[in-house]
Design a protein around this ligand. Structure first.
Ligand SMILES: [Zn+2]
Length: 374
């Protein structure tokens, strides 16, 4: 920790890099605010982290009691519902990134700040894009994950993906689709269904669907999602052996091949040139997914597995691409924003430079650990 003792935790969304250490802060007895979905996803991820740490003999990051305390204390706030905390007025708006993801508005002494969290302004099968009617703000903290890079347009990406899955089945192969459990699994299931393809789902993506069932209003078309997740396609561990015998489509975790049921399936298909791994998102350095794409192997419990099956990567990102990020900043600045802090990216300095040069407002890329008083 950096010595700060926050009185309030505001969690933008239930991804590990945004909520992962929340249970560690319970001794400070902070007020906790997030959407109901974010609270449930954070609890699910914390339990999963604890389980993995115990299994792999890593340091235990927190205890079950602290996770329970976090869940008890989290005060659910819905989009556009104003609340007061630590002298600030605050409000959440839909960030369109994953179910329950929020853009955070804060106001105090007539100074306002918006933190985008992770944000996607494009509509997907699972979610509406981010809210378009946002309040004006003096200060903007904006994510910059994809600054300098654009995504393949969705329609073209979907077409390539579906053609590849179909081709795999037509050749008699198995299509293994690793996907992040939160958002990506459900999105991929919806896309496959749209093109009339039946898929099995195995892993935490099914647990996340259970959380979505409890808050259907966060999903663009919950009825459609419900039709996709039926008891007939959620895989029980005992069924895996049978399912993988025949050509099939399996959407499974982990999305970067670093654990989870996907490793069972990869052990079954790695030597089959007819089968294919369809990665569906970013593969971080050092992960099995990155090794598979760049060097054609993965590691499972210290055993190196060379892949004879085919492998492809599809960029189904849930973040704004370069064009949308720039549009977003322009829109805020047109509306009065005077200071921008690009954060959460490999090239935040490049984004800050672009903002200063192209828009002409103040922009600073903070470095990790830096304190800035505003
Ligand atoms: Zn995220």
């Amino acid at each position: 920790m950096n010595g700060l003792r926050p009185k309030t935790l505001i969690i933008s969304h239930g991804h590990l890099d945004h909520c992962g250490l929340a249970p560690n802060l319970m001794d400070l007895e902070p007020e906790i605010y997030c959407t109901s979905v974010t609270a449930r996803l954070s609890g699910l991820l914390a339990r999963d982290t604890l389980k993995i740490s115990e299994k792999r003999g890593h340091n235990i990051p927190y205890y079950t009691e602290e996770i329970q305390e976090f869940e008890r204390k989290a005060r659910p706030v819905e989009y556009r519902e104003e609340f007061e905390t630590s002298g600030f007025t605050a409000c959440f708006y839909d960030a369109g990134h994953i179910p329950g993801s929020s853009l955070v508005y804060l106001e105090k002494d007539r100074q306002s700040l918006i933190y985008t969290g992770d944000i996607n302004t494009i509509q997907t099968e699972l979610l509406n894009g981010a809210e378009t009617k946002l309040p004006a703000s003096d200060i903007l903290l904006i994510e910059s994950t994809y600054f300098g890079r654009n995504h393949t347009p969705r329609a073209r990406l979907e077409k390539r993906f579906i053609e590849s899955v179909r081709e795999t089945l037509d050749c008699g192969g198995k299509a293994i689709i690793p996907a992040f459990s939160i958002g990506r699994t459900q999105e991929i299931m919806l896309i496959l269904k749209k093109y009339g393809l039946h898929a099995y789902v195995d892993g935490m993506g099914a647990d996340v669907y259970d959380i979505m069932k409890r808050a259907p209003e966060y999903i663009r078309d919950f009825n459609k999602l419900q039709k996709v997740f039926t008891s007939s396609n959620i895989v029980d561990p005992e069924q895996r052996k049978e399912i993988i015998k025949e050509p099939c489509i399996i959407v499974t975790s982990a999305g970067m091949l670093n654990g989870g049921p996907v490793l069972y399936y990869l052990n079954e298909i790695y030597d089959d040139p007819k089968s294919k791994i369809h990665l569906t998102g970013y593969q971080a350095e050092g992960t099995n997914g990155r090794k598979a794409i760049e060097s054609g192997y993965i590691e499972d419990r210290s055993v190196i597995i060379h892949l004879n099956c085919r492998i492809e990567l599809y960029d189904f990102s849930a973040h704004c691409g370069d064009t949308q990020l720039k549009e977003l900043v322009k829109k805020f600045c047109d509306n009065g924003t005077e200071t921008v802090f690009p954060i959460h990216g490999d090239n935040t300095q490049g984004f800050a430079d672009w903002i200063k040069e192209e828009i002409g407002v103040g922009a600073t890329a903070p470095v990790n650990g830096e304190t800035i008083y505003i």
